[in-house]
Design a protein around this ligand. Structure first.
Ligand code: KDG
Ligand code: MG
Length: 402
């Protein structure tokens, strides 16, 4: 069997997605996602100029060897662009293998470890009361778990807060807008949100919160400690995790479960976090973590250290990544939860898919391969639009972490 061609598509049905389609001499094709929010065209060039010429003529059945060829074989390893490009190839190859063997990819990953994939939705509001009400809407829809974010008095814009509900787009069209941030105001406000949520809905719902890399380890330790009475499912991205050792400080001070990793690319971003048991949930996405091939290995390593997965699933991860994540989630033993920020109806139309949502759970479906398709004619109606995540500054304009 041979790869005969591969094409990269950029489409923007509400936001930009990079999709790779690999064609074979057996008439079967596979789909992969290579989207990196705000750097989409860099992945397109990486794929078109450097990967596809080396891919044509190879046997698509040799997934491990092809993955190693583009990782070890390239000398310049790691990094978000490289790993997203490799992930796109890897997803497409698993898709092809599933279609050739006429079975869903989860069967190739060991079969189903569970009946369904628990997901969490995004409740947000400018005021605490609005966030509490939104969380209630998710609970009414059957969700067991909700991520809750709220505006902070004195700050005009806060990450994760949008007028849109159910799904929202964190990237803004055009050049990056700039927001202002105060850790002091944020830390003083957030515990009130959780007090209100537990008073309203009791102890049952799983509540999650994302700090979006805004804290130092000791600030994270303070927040984790103050939130302990509200029993969070997880506290996410407290600090930028380049300094993995920083998590030792947080861990020494709080029993609030910690999640991190949506910007990680390889196991080398997380090996200390894993082996020292400094976190509880690893957030790496199938696309940004290099595909299903390395993610299976990282999950297996995490399993030994009592760490579960919680794959990133915001709107900038295409339905192809969502499909791949669901096959992974349903197959591995140490699955924790899957983020599910729904896509717009336009995106769902461009990417028809077998996965379905019911009462707080996602189901990958039983279609062969990843169970995802790509409507090229429709995609062509939504050309690339420049868009970036905002840039963040402290109140005195010092550049800070988004
Ligand atoms: O591209 C960045 C977004 O996906 C990110 O800001 C969303 O933090 C996020 C999350 O947890 O979904
Ligand atoms: Mg996050």
């Amino acid at each position: 069997m041979k790869i005969t061609d591969a094409k990269v598509f950029v489409t923007s049905p509400g936001r930009n997605f990079v999709t790779l389609k690999i064609y074979t001499d057996q008439g079967v094709y596979g789909l992969g996602d290579g989207t990196v929010n705000g750097r989409e065209l860099a992945v397109v060039s990486y794929l078109e100029d450097h990967v596809i010429p080396c891919l044509i003529g190879r046997d698509p059945q040799q997934i491990e060897d092809i993955w190693q060829y583009f990782y070890r074989g390239v000398y310049w390893r790691r990094g978000p662009i490289t790993m997203a490009a490799i992930a796109a190839v890897d997803m497409a190859l698993w898709d092809i293998k599933g279609k050739m063997l006429n079975t869903p990819v989860y069967n190739l990953l060991g079969g189903k470890s569970r009946e369904a994939v628990m997901v969490y939705g995004h409740a947000n509001g400018i005021e605490i009361s609005e966030t509490v009400e939104e969380a209630g809407r998710y609970l009414d829809m059957g969700y067991q778990a909700v991520r809750v974010q709220t505006g902070v008095p004195g700050l005009e814009e806060v990450y994760g807060i949008s007028k849109d509900k159910l799904f929202y787009e964190p990237a803004k069209k055009g050049l990056p807008p700039e927001y202002r941030w105060s850790t002091e105001k944020y830390l003083a406000h957030i515990p009130k949100l959780f007090q209100e949520l537990r008073d309203t809905y009791g102890s049952d719902p799983h509540l999650l919160h994302d700090c979006h890399h805004r804290l130092t380890p000791i600030e994270a330790a303070r927040l984790g400690k103050e939130l302990e009475p509200y029993h969070l499912f997880w506290l996410e991205d407290t600090v930028p995790a380049e300094l993995q050792e920083g998590f030792r400080i947080i861990r020494q001070h709080t029993t609030t479960p910690l999640a991190v990793g949506e910007v990680f690319n390889t196991v080398w971003d997380a090996h200390i976090l894993i082996t020292e048991q400094l976190i509880d949930y690893l957030r790496m996405a199938i696309v940004h973590g290099g595909g299903l091939t390395p993610m299976r290995k990282i999950a297996a390593m995490a399993e030994i250290y009592h760490i579960k997965t919680g794959c990133h699933g915001a709107t900038d991860l295409s339905p192809v990544t969502m499909a791949a994540a669901l096959h992974f989630d349903i197959a591995i033993n140490n699955f924790g939860i899957q983020e599910y920020m729904r896509h717009t109806p336009e995106t769902d139309e461009v990417f028809p898919h077998a996965y379905t949502f019911s009462k707080g759970y996602l189901y990958p479906g039983d279609a062969p391969g990843l169970g995802i398709d790509f409507n090229e004619e429709l995609a062509a109606k939504y050309p690339y639009e420049r868009a970036y995540l905002p840039v963040n500054r402290k109140m005195d304009a010092t550049l800070f972490n988004w």
